[in-house]
Design a protein. Structure first.
Length: 207
């Protein structure tokens, strides 16, 4: 709940498409670039802090994608996976409602959870989501989840490296395609966003 609230709030904006880039600077001088950049920086730090704070008590399970992946890797049992995902979705829903209460309206979007189908085909966005999510899982297992990597990477560095992985992937996919707000990587976060705002017809691409 808390992570969804603060990570959504960090990249919240009105539900309008950003201005396109110009011929001189492209996206590098407007909201289409600055928005994903600031969101990536804040979410990198926030995720690292949440992992450090809650890692010993919850295993830092804030993301259904990661939880299901740890189950497939035999690092999490089936009953625990089901409970984690259920509570992640419930907490994200509450977080989305808190965002709506704080923002004062349902009319908002947040980085990683918006798309304008008139500019970007839904299947194009789906391809980006699948590819980037696969890369995300490979990287976070390498820097934080695979017990064999502890001989290479100290455990104290893992939260920062996982946060950096999330932030960088969200950033580089957030400005490269006009009309697309970047990869989600966390379906619970977008689910909470839609509970607080509205469910688009293409919300399934985050899963």
């Amino acid at each position: 709940m808390l992570f969804t609230f603060v990570s959504v709030w960090a990249s919240i904006s009105p539900p309008t498409i950003p201005e396109p880039g110009d011929a001189r600077f492209g996206y590098f001088d407007n909201a289409a670039y600055i928005g994903p950049l600031t969101s990536a920086l804040s979410n990198t730090i926030l995720l690292a802090l949440f992992i450090l704070t809650f890692g010993t008590t919850t295993g830092a399970h804030f993301n259904p994608t990661v939880t299901v992946a740890t189950f497939c890797a035999r690092l999490c049992t089936l009953p625990r996976m089901i409970l984690y995902v259920a509570f992640q979705m419930a907490g994200a829903s509450l977080g989305g409602l808190l965002v709506r209460a704080g923002y004062g309206t349902r009319q908002f979007k947040t980085g990683g959870c918006w798309l304008f189908p008139e500019e970007v085909e839904i299947m194009d966005a789906f391809a980006i989501e699948v590819t980037t999510c696969t890369l995300f899982l490979f990287l976070i297992f390498g820097v934080g989840l695979d017990p064999r990597q502890q001989q290479v990477i100290p455990r104290s560095l893992s939260p920062f490296l996982v946060g950096m992985t999330l932030g960088i992937l969200g950033w580089v996919t957030g400005y490269s395609r006009y009309g697309y707000g970047g990869v989600s990587l966390n379906p619970a976060r977008c689910f909470g966003t839609y509970v607080g705002s509205a469910f688009p017809a293409w919300h399934w691409i985050h899963w």
